[in-house]
Design a protein around this ligand. Structure first.
Ligand code: URA
Length: 314
């Protein structure tokens, strides 16, 4: 247990060193940690005087390495549980019961026809509909179907589910500024999300990252969008997008992988921070970090880069 906590503390220190100020921790993970901590008080190893010490039974960690990994892979750019107050949600237990992910075979036809077919499928998806709040919308990725760059976010937020459009809230406005700084307009690129609906929670404010079941269910819809657009580069915005696309990997740390080329189905994938992270931690240094990632994207797709652009945020 001691070792697990030590590795957690060391990971948090590392993230702090990389400028991250908040770490999202699910309520269930907090509970697991609380249990682990209270257990360690009575842990025979840590408390030799414990009356419950049983020499024959080695102490069992309540938090498995997988659970610690899951805690550590939580995305850092969202809020604290207090601000979110969402994981008391009774709905969380219901969202884990998902049917198998949809099996999609795109029809022959133009990109526009294929996109229209897919959009109908997503908007008609019974599981998606069942998870959308009354009066709100399923959100489908949109933009230039010929874009060489495919931006992939996490999930719709409040504004997106109200308007039924991707990235139209504050994070979206910042994303558009980034796109503009690249010399492009929003309409020039394609923007999608791992999720088609805003993950449910009891609170109307704040967002929670999707569960792996939710992401797993929606992934075929994202794959189909990628198959239609056939971008030269995917920009994965934030840990959730990276995990949703590439699967969980406890060893994968945002501070290490951002600015490096990964790949999804043979398409080069640039991991970078989610714009909401910059909204919370908008230092020049962090802006420059994202910008350097975008310069690499521009180079990869052969976009012209001026001297002025190269020096942004220095
Ligand atoms: N954040 C996302 O990841 N996606 C959106 O559509 C909006 C905010």
């Amino acid at each position: 247990m001691h070792t697990l906590l030590e590795s957690l503390i060391s990971e948090l220190k590392d993230r702090k060193k990389h400028g991250e100020k908040t770490v999202f921790v699910e309520e269930s993970s907090l509970q697991a940690l609380a249990e682990a901590l209270s257990l360690s008080d009575s842990d025979p190893v840590n408390s030799p005087a414990s009356p419950v010490a049983d020499e024959k039974t080695p102490p069992q960690p309540i938090v498995s390495p997988e659970e610690v990994a899951r805690i550590l892979s939580s995305r850092p750019e969202i809020t604290t549980p207090k601000e979110q107050d969402v994981h008391k949600s009774t709905k969380d237990s219901s969202v884990s019961a998902f049917p198998p992910p949809p099996v999609l075979t795109l029809p022959e036809g133009s990109k526009e026809e294929r996109y229209a077919w897919l959009k109908d499928r997503i908007l008609g998806c019974e599981t998606c509909k069942a998870h959308v709040r009354p009066g709100k919308h399923i959100v489908v990725g949109s933009g230039n179907l010929d874009s060489p760059v495919f931006f992939c976010g996490e999930a719709p937020g409040a504004e997106e589910e109200t308007l039924g459009e991707v990235f139209v809230g504050r994070a979206g406005q910042l994303l558009v500024k980034i796109i503009n700084a690249m010399g492009l307009q929003r309409e020039d690129v394609y923007i999608g999300n791992i999720m088609n609906w805003r993950p449910e929670m009891d609170s109307t404010v704040g967002n929670r990252p999707p569960t792996s079941d939710e992401m797993g269910f929606c992934l075929p819809y994202l794959r189909a969008q990628l198959e239609i657009v056939q971008p030269k580069v995917i920009v994965a915005l934030g840990n959730t997008a990276i995990t949703g696309l590439l699967g969980p990997d406890p060893k994968r740390k945002m501070g290490d992988v951002r600015g490096t080329w990964l790949s999804f189905n043979d398409v080069p994938l640039m991991p970078t921070y989610h714009p909401s992270y910059i909204l919370r931690n908008g230092s020049m240094r962090n802006k420059r970090i994202i910008w350097e990632d975008m310069l690499m994207v521009m180079e990869k797709v052969g976009m012209p880069i001026s001297d002025k652009q190269r020096k942004f945020f220095t």
